[in-house]
Design a protein around this ligand. Structure first.
Ligand code: NAD
Length: 530
């Protein structure tokens, strides 16, 4: 059975309802009725009606509203971080760093770049045949963008995508994860307070069926972030109605520690990269490969640092690692670790639940002697596990890193940046970081997305803005009274002139070009044109 097939009931599986619960305590925070198909369609219709006025408002006014959103979020930063910690489980300080900071900076990026990005651009023509035409490139909003989000970054993922969609002039209908509707509501409330019209940004709470209804609600584009199996289902549904999609899917990110890496730095990076958000990050370090000469000291450093981590409720300011989001996620991690152990992996630290802390806690785990036969090295784990394997040379390191169906991000750790960047080019991955991991999602200018079968399209940065617009090309003829040389009136004479015209433009030697010019001279005053 695939890890993702595990069907362990969670509160959010109560039919017709989704539940926000604190994963550290199990306390139910709030329940929501799932939006029905009719409600989803009505939300899309309202968004569609509100969108033209928003677009006509222009980029400058829209960025002013984003600026107000940014300042409101800054004022409420601690409150928002606490809500994230309560509903998703990560420590408050981590929510400030990986969610609030990321969103504030994404707003800054949109404010700084949207006007220039959206303005019309001249497209100079290189061909002599089209020199009399003036080309312009327009970027226009799609209309209604649907955003379907996961629970692991319940604020920053929908917020960063919504900011890009809104600033480009679109309306948004957001279907948040069934586990984290409260964070989405907080986002909606901040947008409204900032001046985003109510109908322009809508939230439809619900489960997979609500998400499916949104995919089929005649939206103009879909930005989906979630697991590979759901992404595949969505891609199939979208294909049947030719709905353009961006799919941000799972990861199994490798980390390469080269023979010249600083072990103290790299082990700190590995421990944070594997355990941040209790390992529930699409970009987290899920496979670590270390040069054999540094393998034992690296293992020792990782275990020593893991021992110092404090696992607990994210609301406690001393906590480093919170709980997993629910029992299903915890069971998935447990099954993978148990399988690895049974196939010979050494559990150096961790490897068990921590029921004394609450319902969903798992101890941060470091594994040695893992192999690519184990699911822990092949399937997304999405939990606080750091499996470490040795390699003998750079070629083998790259081969191991690339031996995966996933290709979201990767990292190389080395004392020699040039060597690190050279290896980065050989890695099959959407992003490669040299001497850091995970933090690329916080770089607002950097495009985010995977390769191989693990994603389509990009979010964040200019490429992310590009996904939110349709390009329109406007061609305007500078000599409107002139019949075009390529119009009817075909015949032997035109064929000769055209041969000359092609020589004039493309012949590799000047004498042939000159002959072509003479031969095609009459093309502009061609007789017998219709
Ligand atoms: P998931 O695929 O179970 O759910 C994601 C969203 O899709 C939820 O809102 C869910 O309700 C909805 N959904 C489920 N079935 C649907 C359907 N048939 N039609 C439409 N919508 C449907 O993922 P999850 O468990 O919420 O999140 C964890 C996964 O997300 C991990 O695999 C992780 O790697 C991935 N992820 C990827 C990125 C990225 O940027 N690449 C970022 C964060 C998380």
């Amino acid at each position: 059975m695939m890890a993702t097939d595990l069907q362990i009931p969670t509160p959010s599986m109560i039919p017709g309802r989704v539940t926000s619960a604190n994963p550290a305590t199990g306390e139910i925070l709030r329940q929501f009725a799932c939006a029905t198909e009719a409600q989803v369609q009505a939300a899309v219709a309202r968004a569609r009606a509100a969108q033209p006025a928003w677009n006509e408002m222009g980029a400058r006014k829209r960025t002013e509203i984003l600026g107000r959103f940014q300042q409101l979020l800054l004022e409420k930063k601690s409150e928002v971080a606490r809500l994230i910690a309560q509903e998703e489980g990560k420590p408050c300080v981590e929510a400030l760093l990986t969610e609030v900071l990321v969103v504030l900076d994404a707003a800054r990026f949109c404010i700084d770049n949207a006007y220039d990005f959206l303005r019309e651009r001249a497209v100079p023509h290189g061909s002599l045949a089209t020199k009399t035409k003036s080309g312009r490139l327009l970027r226009e909003p799609y209309g209604v963008i649907a955003i379907i989000s996961p629970w692991n970054y319940p604020f920053s993922i929908p917020a960063t995508q919504s900011l890009a969609a809104l600033v480009a002039g679109n309306a948004v209908v957001l279907k948040p994860s069934e586990s984290t509707s409260l964070c989405a509501l907080e986002l909606g409330s901040l947008f409204r307070l900032a001046g985003v019209p109510e109908d322009l940004f809508q939230i439809v709470a619900g489960d997979g069926a609500t998400g499916s209804a949104l995919v089929n609600a005649a939206v103009d584009k879909l930005i989906f972030t979630g697991s590979v199996p759901t992404g595949k289902r969505i891609a199939q549904a979208a294909a049947s109605c030719l709905l353009p999609v961006v799919l941000e899917l799972g990861g199994k990110d490798p980390m390469l520690v080269l023979d010249n890496a600083d072990i103290e730095t790299a082990s700190s990076g590995a421990v944070w990269g594997a355990f941040v958000n209790a390992g529930q990050a699409c970009l987290s370090v899920e496979r670590c490969y270390v040069h054999r000469s540094k393998y034992e000291p690296f293992l020792e450093a990782c275990v020593r640092k893991t021992m110092q981590l404090r696992v607990g409720n994210g609301m406690d300011s001393e906590t480093d690692i919170g709980p997993l989001v629910n029992e299903r996620q915890l069971r998935n991690v447990e099954v993978q670790v148990e399988e690895a152990r049974s196939l010979g992996a050494r559990v150096l630290i961790g490897g068990s639940r921590l029921p004394e802390l609450g319902p969903n806690f798992y101890s941060p785990t470091v594994l040695a002697d893992v192999t690519h036969e184990m699911r822990i090295m092949r399937e997304e784990t999405f939990g606080p596990v750091l499996p470490i394997m040795p390699f003998d040379d750079d070629d083998q390191a790259v081969q191991l890193a690339n031996d995966s169906e996933y290709g979201l991000s990767a990292s190389v750790w080395t004392g020699d940046r040039v060597r690190g960047e050279a290896l980065a080019k050989r890695m099959e991955s959407g992003t490669v970081m040299v001497n850091d991991a995970v933090s690329c999602f916080g770089i607002s200018e950097a495009p985010h997305g995977g390769i191989k079968s693990r994603g389509i399209g990009r979010t964040n940065g200019r490429f992310g803005l590009e996904e939110m617009v349709r390009t329109k090309y406007v061609d305007s003829d500078r000599l409107p009274g002139m019949k075009k040389v390529w119009w009817y009136g075909y015949g032997e004479s035109l064929a000769r002139q055209m041969e000359g015209f092609l020589d004039l433009q493309f012949a590799s030697n000047w004498s042939q070009r000159l002959r072509g010019a003479i031969k095609s001279a009459g093309v502009m005053v061609r007789k017998g044109r219709l």
